[in-house]
Ligand binder design. Structure first.
Ligand code: HEM
Length: 439
């Protein structure tokens, strides 16, 4: 469906009306799911456990293995789930599956809440690329895909490398490697590509990490309101920035997009720009942080990399072993079959990317972290099919340069305190990773 109603043109609701609308949107997206998940968990449902159990946030892998042992598609109380690589890949590539956020698939009230004027334009609701099917998806993706080709990104490698060195120059003694390095590298690069001021990077990181739980299911009302506020603040700033770029465009992606005004509404612009900015740094920070943590925990693997190289394959293995995006979902648009399993029209399928990436049918001895693994690149960490990550080439370059330059400069880097995991479940990584740098 084409979404033309533009929230930016709508009249602002009063405070009471705004609170009622927020409560409605929360119930439709999170409240009902929160209640159903909590009931299902008490009844032993594995998927509900995955989405609500605090222990499963720290270590979801045993639950993935249990789900996989029950079959390629496991029908739970909440929705169907898969931790099978063949099913995950098959469903992501199949045109018999679509996104779960198509308003047409929702009950009337939820549909209205999702499409009403003055709704919050975020990464998981239309018209975000992540939340629309072709043909809308094809049209939006075409507008931005040229900028992110493997070739265009390869030309950026020297800039990524010099920025990594510059950030490392600023470190000494004890540091939180996430706050002072892993988060700053990707946000600066994506800011430069898009044409948003890199000196606002701390503000972008703050908005991004407050908004990151938006990808999870079953948020509390308080959390939902915090997330919603951060997205609205970012959107407010972004609209002002579009106005500045219309007056004096630069040589960057957003300047080009604001000039597409005939084909893009303000809502579509906000959705594209917000997703690119947030996806550009909220995920790669986890690749770098997870990489540091894994290499510190596996010193012989690090020694191998320092002696013989092979950082590109190490990045693939980090993506496989500790996938920064652990899950996504799709809805069957018609009766179909995936990897030999029949799936009925309307089925919601939770795709456990982190589980597929440890499927022993594809990866021998999958619980072993092996930077020399020959088929590490078969992971689904960047998804598959039409929604395959637009920034995959950029993320690979950033991960490789960030990790290689850090460990080559500080080969004796050690952990220096308790790491703090991010509170999110879909995004897997660290908020804080204290290290000691021994030059
Ligand atoms: C290690 C880093 C990254 C990981 C693990 C990652 C992962 C993913 C995944 C799993 C999806 C698809 C989700 C689905 O199929 O439902 C996706 C889509 C996307 N990613 Fe990334 N991503 C990363 C970095 C980036 C970067 C640096 C950018 C910057 C441009 C980016 C931009 C996007 C966009 C725009 C989409 C939506 C594509 C579409 O729907 O057509 N990502 N990413």
């Amino acid at each position: 469906m084409t979404l033309t109603s533009d929230p930016s043109l709508a009249k602002r609701p009063g405070p009471v009306q705004a609170e009622l609308l927020a409560a409605g949107a929360w119930s439709a997206r999170h409240g009902v799911a929160r209640f159903a998940l909590s009931r299902a968990r008490k009844q032993g449902d594995l998927q509900a456990q995955l989405f609500t159990d605090p222990a499963a946030r720290a270590d979801p892998f045993p639950i993935y293995a249990r789900i996989r042992s029950r079959g390629p598609v496991v029908r739970g109380k909440f929705m169907a789930t898969t931790a099978s690589h063949a099913v995950a890949d098959g469903a992501l590539r199949s045109d018999a599956f679509g996104v779960v956020s198509d308003p047409e698939a929702l009950p009337p009230l939820a549909r209205w809440l999702m499409t009403r004027p003055n709704r919050t334009v975020g990464p998981v609701t239309p018209p975000s690329l992540l939340a629309v099917d072709p043909p809308d998806h094809t049209r939006y993706r075409k507008l931005v895909s040229k900028v992110f080709t493997a070739r265009a990104m390869a030309a950026l490698r020297p800039r990524v490398a010099s920025l990594a060195d510059e950030l490392l120059d600023g470190l000494s003694g004890r540091s939180d490697i996430v706050g002072s390095y892993a988060s700053l590298l990707p946000v600066t690069i994506i800011a430069e590509i898009l044409g948003v001021p890199a000196d606002m990077r701390s503000q972008f990181v703050a908005w991004g990490s407050t908004a990151a739980p938006v990808l999870d299911v079953g948020l509390s009302y308080r959390e939902y309101r915090r997330v919603d506020r951060a997205i609205r603040e970012l959107n407010g700033w972004m609209s002002g920035h579009f106005a500045r770029l219309r007056r004096s465009p630069g040589d960057d992606l957003l300047s080009r997009l604001v000039q597409e005004e005939e084909s893009l509404t303000e809502t579509e612009l906000l959705a594209i720009a917000g997703l690119l900015l947030a996806a550009g740094f909220e995920t790669t920070v986890n690749l770098i942080g997870n990489g540091v943590s894994l290499l510190l925990a596996h010193p012989s693997q690090l020694a191998l990399l320092l002696a013989e190289g092979g950082w590109d394959n190490a990045v693939e293995e980090i993506l496989r072993y500790e996938s920064p995006v652990q899950n996504t979902a799709r809805r069957a648009l018609r009766d179909t079959e995936v990897a030999g399993v029949p799936v009925r029209a309307g089925t919601f399928l939770s795709i456990l990317i982190g589980g597929a990436n440890r499927d022993p049918a594809v990866f021998a001895d999958p619980e072993r972290f092996d930077v020399r693994r020959a088929n590490a690149r078969e992971h689904l960490a960047f998804s598959s099919g039409v929604h395959y990550c637009l920034g995959a080439s950029l993320a690979r370059i950033e991960g490789e340069e960030a990790l290689r330059r850090l460990f080559e400069r500080y080969p004796d880097l050690t952990a220096a305190g308790r790491p703090r995991r991010r509170p999110t479940r879909t995004l897997r990584g660290f908020d804080e990773l204290p290290v000691a740098l021994h030059a």
